[in-house]
Design a protein around this ligand. Structure first.
Ligand SMILES: Cc1cc2nc3c(=O)[nH]c(=O)nc-3n(C[C@H](O)[C@H](O)[C@H](O)COP(=O)(O)OP(=O)(O)OC[C@H]3O[C@@H](n4cnc5c(N)ncnc54)[C@H](O)[C@@H]3O)c2cc1C
Length: 473
């Protein structure tokens, strides 16, 4: 019987496969699609490589999860620093979140002159530092076994942070700055793209990470294709077995774990499911205990020619005055020749959408709605980016597209929205039973590549397959 199967080659699954294989555990990685990446995947059109969903990286630096993961597994991590991390378009005002703190505080004061920023920002930065410091001590969180409680003394050091889990970011901010509708509009938009919820729902602790990540944002060289190809090549060089176009249709647990693929079955001692909680329940044939939650994404992809004036700011959060919902634009690095020929860049645009709004339509209504939304948003993009001279391959994606390519139920993406009324200790544990674990963006610590790589490291930290753990035991 083989040792370890990982189901799903999204960020969480590829990380688990690499952690295990780089420690000598024979690992088979099953993926339903042709290529890895999942919600952080890519597709090619000729000389262009388009990121389908995720485009930014964070959690890079000393003791940060992506850097630690690269060190532990020996995987490549080739990135460019994004500075500005995000350019904001609030109505017709444009301002940039640069790494230079004073520049950023001056920008805030210029755009939102009625409120004092320094005190709030000091506290937010202190909070995010403490959140990052606590994260490496949360491997066994939320606890599912008695043995998980061995980290309890470390967790207790974090109890001073409890009020910032129970309090939302808006309240935290108002206590320091008073009320400002315009600032709240911006704050909500920034929280939505990183925590999947508005500032008046997001716990302040998570909000502190959402607000500070643009100061530490990176672009993978070669986009997500560069990142995932690097990871996958490394996995295969280490002897790992990658099985694309291999959708698992059932998972049965007895003494071993039996995976059903098309008409055959394979047995493994251990399985890690890089699936949403709802997909895992469906695979196990059990009824889900929690209702499905999460947003859908409406996306646009285009190759744009910009000639001698490339768009150097890679990430833009656009908050139009009215008529169009907020959207996020990502552009490939102008010098990234894996992603586009010289003079061209690839563009990915994403917007939150309610999944049911797409599934309830007839096929004709669906096509009409998709085209109308694409045209409306694209007109707004052309107004805001006058450097765009020529466009190729303009196309749109909806929750139906994400369902098709990632198998995520109804195309719900981005994991569980962070909510103060549903704190982390109510999230499912990654430990399911001694042979089955779960990683990905519906278990702690949530959405985004940095979080799903962390979920993989948490699994590995407590896994019986981990040789360091065996030696200690
Ligand atoms: C539009 C959009 C923008 C985003 N922007 C960012 C960003 O800029 N930065 C960031 O960090 N995060 C971003 N995110 C979030 C991030 O992409 C996800 O949280 C993360 O990639 C999820 O990884 P995962 O491994 O949990 O799941 P997934 O990426 O969903 O991976 C699961 C994999 O399992 C495969 N699979 C599913 N079922 C089966 C089965 N039965 N058998 C075999 N294989 C199966 C799927 O094909 C998929 O490859 C964005 C997401 C979206 C949708």
């Amino acid at each position: 019987m083989k040792n370890l199967a990982v189901i799903g080659a999204g960020g969480g699954g590829v990380s688990c496969a690499l952690l295990a294989q780089s420690h000598g555990v024979d690992t088979t990685l099953f993926e339903s699609h042709r290529t890895p990446g999942g919600s952080a995947g890519w597709f090619r059109r000729g000389a262009f490589s388009f990121d389908v969903g995720a485009t930014t990286l964070s959690g890079i630096g000393v003791d940060r999860p992506l850097t630690r993961f690269a060190e532990i597994t020996g995987s490549p991590l080739n990135v460019w620093a994004a500075d500005p991390g995000i350019t904001f378009h609030l109505g017709s005002e444009v301002f940039s979140y640069r790494r230079d703190r004073e520049f950023w505080l001056n920008e805030l004061q210029r755009v939102f002159p009625d409120i004092a920023h320094r005190k709030f920002w000091d506290d937010i930065e202190e909070l995010q530092k403490r959140a990052w410091r606590l994260l490496p001590h949360l491997h066994h969180f939320p606890p599912a076994r008695l043995s998980d409680l061995k980290e309890l003394p470390q967790w207790l050091k974090g109890t001073a942070l409890l009020p910032t889990i129970a309090m939302d970011l808006t309240t935290f901010r108002r206590m320091r700055q008073g009320s400002s509708q315009k600032f709240e509009r911006w704050l909500n938009a920034l929280c939505m793209i990183s925590a999947q919820n508005r500032a008046d729902e997001v716990p302040a602790l998570i909000g502190s990470l959402a607000l500070t990540y643009p100061a530490e944002t990176y672009l993978p060289q070669g986009g997500m294709e560069g990142l995932f190809s690097g990871w996958l090549n490394h996995f295969q060089k280490l002897g790992g077995d990658f099985r694309p176009q291999s959708e698992i249709s059932a998972l049965q647990l007895s003494d071993s774990c039996q995976l059903t693929l098309a008409s055959s079955t394979e047995s493994f001692k251990h399985v890690v499911a890089n699936l949403t909680s709802w997909s895992l329940d469906a695979l196990l044939g059990v009824e889900s205990t929690s209702p499905e939650v999460g947003w859908g994404a409406f996306t646009l992809y285009a190759a744009i020619r910009t000639n001698d004036q490339p768009i150097r700011e890679s990430y833009h959060l656009v908050m139009p005055d009215e008529g169009i919902d907020d959207y996020f634009v990502s552009l490939s690095h102008p010098e990234d020749r894996l992603r586009s020929p010289a003079g061209w860049q690839t563009l990915t645009l994403s917007q939150h959408t309610i999944v049911e709004d797409w599934w309830e339509l007839s096929q004709d209504e669906y096509q009409v709605k998709k085209k109308a939304r694409m045209e409306m948003i694209w007109q707004d993009v052309l107004k805001r980016f006058p450097q765009i001279k020529e466009v190729k391959f303009l196309t749109a994606g909806t929750p139906k597209t994400f369902f098709h390519y990632t198998r995520r139920s109804q195309g719900r993406v981005g994991g569980r929205p962070h909510k103060k009324s549903h704190p982390f200790w109510l999230w499912p544990s990654h430990f399911k039973n001694p042979n089955l674990s779960q990683v990905g963006d519906t278990v702690f610590p949530g959405q985004g590549l940095v979080a799903v790589v962390t979920s993989a490291m948490n699994w590995w930290h407590g896994s019986v397959l981990n040789p360091h753990l065996k030696r200690r035991g």
